[in-house]
Write a new protein. Structure first.
Lengths: 163, 557
């Protein structure tokens, strides 16, 4: 049972589905980076309709998709283990460097206690691990009122905002 | 010292609330053990052999009397009445109950202390010179930079789950390395360029552990306002490309070696170019704001060598000895910097009782403007003592077992908690330290030997910095039995040199009972062969490794 949170609301699930590289591309398919690189032009129509998503493995860095990012309506970044922190950098770079404005989803081992930092790195949708309590999860978004660093939501670090 | 404003305090209070919630969910069975582990580590809680250990941060070693009393209270109320100062200038409690940790952290938050990122694969406590701000040799006070790094690294959104732990140290004394920056993931050396501007020389990829490496220069000069964006760039490269498949190969030193320093530099510089002028760039206003917290106290106008001091010194040889060893020059005339040693015979190095902690707090208030420091050699420092009061201070410190006049000498050992507490240990380290303290307790002998760093670690993780001890002792496991391997010639640099060196293994390891004898043999050889004024390390370098090896193991056949 998928526990999906979008924009800090529990939505349960939605239409996006990850497909295998040899499966036909349907609306709301989430494809691999390899497939995008190989079949780019064939996939353009889906992309243009806003119905194509991209799945990034944790060892795929943001610059591999680069400014192509905006072709996708959804980018899902995998966390094979929650202690694998590469996805935080990937998310930030997609948002801050490659101008990605679509939905950015954390997938895999996505746990309550990481949501706050994920949201700061630009994730706005979270496919929680099955055992996570969605009520608790919603509370996690307001763990800290103000943080020290620059991040996607608040580009000015605290030292530029201190009274 | 830095005083929190409402923003800092709010963040810390929210952290206490967050962690209390995590502990409650864990105790309720809502967070499985393996998910809880990284959460508690990020708040300094280990599960050790017998009980959890709570590691409280002492950011860059700076403490005030109120904080020391709060730590004493924790030791008394939640622990067995003592605490341990570690080689990262932090303080560890060995017996708190997990259930009580949230309350302990709430109590500590009231005095602006915390356990944030004292463990886990994140950016750890930044360390620096314990004499920061009070010695004439430094280019500038390194503490404001450490505080700026502390804030930048606290709950950094991108770097909570790095491949491995990440340590930064800052040195500000030219021609010296007073914070062992060469054995840190990033070493920051505060320097001036030819135009006289302040900035940093940055080293990367140093570290001890299984693969000890001395850090390499990645940037010769980084302008003052570029510190944080450059750190972001280095760690961003590391977070993306550091190995995650093998924890022994996950530190940035391994990535730096694998890529080569030139490629590493290229990646970092390319990343940095893209963020250096962004919002994350430090501002002059912020540098000034933080520096203001460390402005000089209102020192009195005093003369060096007041009459009280001169007469007390000539009348009291024990006091004179303590002055010579444990007291060093202050940048202000009439003041002195005093080290209170936590190296008493019969006590594990770095250990301190709750009573002593209260006494130290009193001494700090009475004699040192209320401030103190913890050191990476596991001692405490009173930074601002009037020379005229040194004798009174010495008497009070001596009465409380805090004036062993052995700073920098053989028995001023660095020693990790080892097998008595640590679940990772191969062997106990405290009993070895104890045997050495017992064997070498003659002060005349110790003073005659001169400065020697003896460092002990209970396993390859090297928390006791054995690689950089002039004499290093490493606990090893031989078919389930505890043995000890000796290395010689290491150095973490220090006052007079900025060249760190890694020790070389002497030969087959020894059983614990033999350790004091073997150390004795090594020292006898040195005493016998030294030429006037030559330190142990100098004699080792002159005589060579083979000579010492032969002294210990006999001639090779
Ligand atoms: S060196 Fe090993 S035994 Fe000693 S504290 Fe570190 S991990 Fe534990």
């Amino acid at each position: 049972m998928a526990r999906l949170i979008k924009q800090q609301q529990v939505v349960g699930s939605d239409d996006w589905q990850i497909i295998e590289d040899d499966a036909a591309v349907v609306d709301y398919a989430v494809i691999s980076l390899t497939r995008w690189q190989a079949e780019r032009s064939a996939l353009a129509a889906h992309a243009e309709a806003g119905k194509l998503g991209l799945f990034l493995n944790s060892d795929e860095t943001a610059d591999l998709i680069g400014d192509d990012a905006s072709a996708f309506a959804l980018i899902a970044i995998d966390f094979p283990k929650f202690t694998d922190g590469r996805g935080y950098t990937a998310a930030r770079l997609l948002r801050e460097r490659h101008g990605y404005q679509g939905e950015l989803r954390a997938m895999g081992d996505v746990l309550i206690d990481q949501l706050f930092a994920m949201q700061r790195c630009g994730f706005d949708s979270f496919s929680l691990r099955d055992d996570q309590d969605t009520e608790e999860a919603l509370k996690a978004f307001s763990t800290f009122t103000r943080c020290y660093q620059t991040d996607v939501r608040e580009p000015r670090p605290l030292f530029r905002r201190r009274a | 010292m830095y005083v929190y404003d409402e923003y800092d305090q709010q963040l810390l209070n929210e952290r206490v609330a967050q962690f209390s919630g995590q502990v409650a969910r864990y105790l309720d069975g809502k967070i499985p053990e393996e998910d809880f582990l990284p959460l508690r580590l990020q708040n300094g809680i280990y599960v050790q052999r017998y009980a959890p250990m709570l590691r409280v941060a002492v950011p860059y070693g700076a403490l005030n009397a109120t904080q020391m009393r709060a730590l004493a209270r924790v030791a008394r109320e939640y622990d067995k009445g003592y605490a341990h100062f570690s080689t990262r200038q932090n303080v560890q409690f060995n017996w708190p109950a997990l259930e009580e940790c949230p309350q302990i952290l709430a109590d500590l938050a009231d005095v602006q202390m915390h356990a944030v990122q004292t463990s886990g694969n994140c950016i750890r406590n930044t360390t620096t010179d314990e004499y920061a701000g009070v010695i004439a040799e430094e280019i500038t006070d390194p503490r404001p930079y450490c505080e700026i790094i502390r804030q930048w690294s606290t709950f950094h959104p991108e770097f909570a789950f790095l491949p491995r732990k990440f340590k930064i140290a800052v040195n500000a004394v030219p021609g010296a390395d007073r914070a062992a920056i060469q054995i840190h993931d990033i070493g920051v050396n505060i320097v001036r360029n030819e135009a006289g501007e302040l900035g940093y020389r940055i080293l990367v990829g140093g570290g001890l552990g299984r693969t000890p490496v001395i850090g390499t220069e990645i940037r010769a000069f980084l302008p003052e306002e570029d510190l944080l964006t450059y750190l972001d760039a280095v760690i961003r490269v590391y977070n993306q490309f550091g190995r995650r498949d093998n924890k022994y190969k996950a530190r940035i030193k391994i990535l730096t070696k694998a890529l080569g320093i030139d490629r590493m530099r290229e990646l970092v510089e390319a990343e940095w170019e893209r963020i250096r002028d962004g919002e994350g760039k430090l501002t002059r206003a912020e540098l000034d704001r933080v520096k203001k917290h460390f402005s000089e106290p209102a020192y009195k106008d005093l003369q060096d060598e007041p009459a009280e001091l001169t007469s007390a010194r000539s009348e009291n040889p024990a006091f004179a000895r303590w002055l010579q060893r444990n007291v060093r020059a202050h940048k202000k005339s009439g003041y002195a910097v005093v080290t209170l040693t936590l190296k008493q015979k019969g006590t594990p190095p770095g250990d301190i009782t709750a009573e002593q902690m209260d006494q130290v707090a009193d001494l700090a208030e009475q004699y040192s403007l209320g401030e103190l420091r913890s050191t990476h050699q596991q001692n405490l420092v009173l930074p601002d003592v009037e020379q005229a009061q040194l004798f009174a201070l010495w008497q009070a410190a001596k009465a409380n077992g805090l004036a062993t006049p052995t700073l920098g000498l053989l028995t001023d050992m660095i020693c990790c908690p080892g097998g008595d507490f640590c679940a990772l240990a191969n062997a106990k380290s405290i009993p070895v330290a104890e045997a050495i303290q017992v064997r070498f307790d003659d002060l005349d002998y110790l003073h005659d030997l001169g400065e020697i760093d003896l460092n002990i670690s209970g396993c390859m993780n090297a928390c006791g910095h054995h690689h950089v001890g002039n004499i290093g002792v490493l606990g090893v496991d031989k078919k389930g039995e505890e043995f000890y391997q000796i290395s010689l010639g290491g150095s973490s640099a220090g006052n007079n040199t900025d060249e760190a060196a890694l020790g070389k293994i002497l030969g087959p390891s020894f059983a614990r009972e033999r350790m004091a004898d073997v150390i004795q043999t090594i020292l006898d050889f040195y005493v016998d062969k030294r030429i006037a004024g030559e330190s142990f390390l100098e004699a080792y370098r002159r005589l060579g490794h083979a000579a010492f090896k032969e002294a210990v193991y006999g001639p090779a056949d």
